[in-house]
Unconditional design. Sequence first.
Length: 327
Amino acid sequence: MTTSQANIEQTNILDSHVLSNTSINNAGMNAMVIDAISIDDAQRAPIGLFDSGIGGLSVYLHLAQQLPNERYIYYADTLNVPYGNRESDDIESLTLKAVEWLHKQGCKLIVIACNSASAYALDTARRSYPNMPIVGLVPALKPAILASNSGHVAVLATKATLNGRLLNDVITNFANPNGTVVTKYFDPQLVPWVEAGMPLQDETAQRLRQQIQVFANEGIDHLVLGCTHYPFFKSFLLDEIAQQQLAIQVVDSGQAIAERVKQLLVANQMSATLYNETSTQDLSAINKTNVDIRQPLTFHATKYSDRLSALIERLLGQETILQYYSE
């Protein structure tokens, strides 16, 4: 067991296109029965997160901040990362394998914390597990469009996400009618750069610095991070934007994902906080020991390495108790 510390950067713009298979009607959120699990069992059950690599940890950090009493299991398909360059059928197959694994671990809710996987496998995953709340991701394009003054925004994402239906539906149904130009940008080295620890002297870093200036010259005023790996270099982007004195805002959807998960847990009486409040334990003791104290994160990778472990601990920091999954 090792310890790590997470610095979460809040975003003021929520993504209204966070995707889940539970909708809201006029009477409120529809409750659902989770595979015949009792309410108490569901409240104690973990939340599952899946990504092709460690990028989804950026979503975990938002979840852990807003829902510190929940337990989390993270599945990283590091054997097959990255997904962005893969064929759609391959992405779907790998995603369903990960969702099945998390379901077998007894997860009460699953977050597909990967834009590429969400683009090509979300609908199939929901059909496969109709009673399991599954939250997917789409780049936070809509709030960027609403906030843009120039009418020109950019999306950084993998090729799979940029070509996927989820993002392009937002462009067709919202950006185009709003008169907003959306520039798509893909660099296949961004995910490997994050997985390598984001060395500042790398050619990828230099290319990203130059691209920021190109965006500014084109009149882009909002930059959407459309891959869960990318928030880890958000501070790098903000520093470069500040140094070049550019008027560009950077947006990611991690906070909105956490808000949506929180809503679903409460609506379906699955929140660990609800379990704590109804427990026979002394409430004052709970307040002293459980509130705002993160539960351990169980991490499972399809391929481990010493470099991977070091990178995870660096990204999460000292506030996160990290437990590696073992058979």
